[in-house]
Ligand binder design. Structure first.
Ligand SMILES: [Zn+2]
Length: 289
């Protein structure tokens, strides 16, 4: 499933091909893609529109349209874009320059939604917390979200309203970087650990963007090439292999129904001695006048 680094990679490749171009012809071949809206109506709304920008918010691709509003694409499990004809095409867009952009989706969980200008920000804000690579994703904000939840840390991190764009892969990678157990109740983290986790989330996502995402099974970039992040995973999918930090075999478990990989030595379930929650800072005493 594409996560923030994969969607960002796709965005980066679509932007130069789509920005400033008119969608000359739009054909939506799958009823499920635009449900509950009629695919012919959605295609009609898009046809003739010019794309002014291709943005990303969490795992959503946001194609901003000249007439106001946007097409929001969520790739879910297996959605992908490509400029070559392929199998499992669910929509085809012909651009005014004659190029043909196909949307492919084997499992058919992806969605296309056209929203008006005034609906766009409220819609995205309702589904996504702050961008984890942006300035609003602060330790204080993350600490507040985690303090309110007793669920296992990993399950909370997969909530898009907590960390927009994080999914199963980069959550495992971030927790390993932060040396935190995916099984720790989210509300037991100290401030020092939350700060470490925030840095680790950002580092894991940046590593993914630098490698142009990961290619597992059939995820491909719009130019048909593959990302290379899968070769760089520290724990994800590496059960039984040595931890890159301490050589302990990596374990696999399930958290919230999702396959979860971690190092039981680097990421112990109990807080380590000497890592106690820091005492609340006392107010400095005011000199008495
Ligand atoms: Zn380890």
């Amino acid at each position: 499933m594409p996560e923030l680094p994969e969607v960002e990679t796709i965005r980066g490749q679509l932007a130069p091909r789509l920005e400033g171009r008119k969608l000359a012809r739009v054909e939506i071949l799958d009823l499920r893609l635009t449900r509950p809206y009629d695919p012919r109506e959605v295609a009609g709304e898009l046809e003739g529109e010019r794309v002014v920008a291709v943005d990303r918010r969490g795992k959503y691709l946001v194609l901003r349209l000249e007439g106001g509003g946007a097409l929001l694409v969520h790739l879910r499990m297996t959605g992908a874009f490509g400029f070559e004809p392929t199998s499992h095409e669910r929509a085809v867009v012909e651009l005014e320059d004659g190029s043909r952009l196909a949307y492919r989706d084997v499992r058919r969980f992806g969605t296309w939604l056209v929203v008006d200008d005034d609906e766009l920000e409220p819609y995205l804000a309702g589904k996504n917390g702050p961008e984890p690579l942006g300035a609003r994703f602060t330790t204080a904000w993350l600490a507040d979200r985690l303090a309110a939840r007793r669920a296992p840390l990993k399950a909370v991190l997969l909530d898009q309203r907590v960390v927009a764009g994080l999914g199963n892969i980069y959550a495992d990678e971030a927790l390993w970087r932060a040396r935190l157990s995916p099984l720790r109740p989210a509300n037991t983290l100290g401030q020092d650990e939350v700060a470490r986790l925030r840095r680790a989330i950002r580092a894991a996502l940046r590593a993914g963007i630098d490698r142009q995402g990961s290619t597992l099974r059939d995820f491909a970039k719009p130019d048909g090439s593959r990302g290379s992040m899968q070769d760089e995973f520290r724990v994800y999918g590496r059960g039984g292999e040595p931890c890159p930090r301490c050589r302990t075999p990596i374990e696999k478990t399930r958290v919230g129904g999702r396959g979860t990989w971690y190092c039981s030595r680097c990421q112990p379930e109990q807080r380590q001695p000497g890592q106690r929650r820091p005492e609340p800072r006392r107010q400095p005493e005011r000199p008495v006048r």
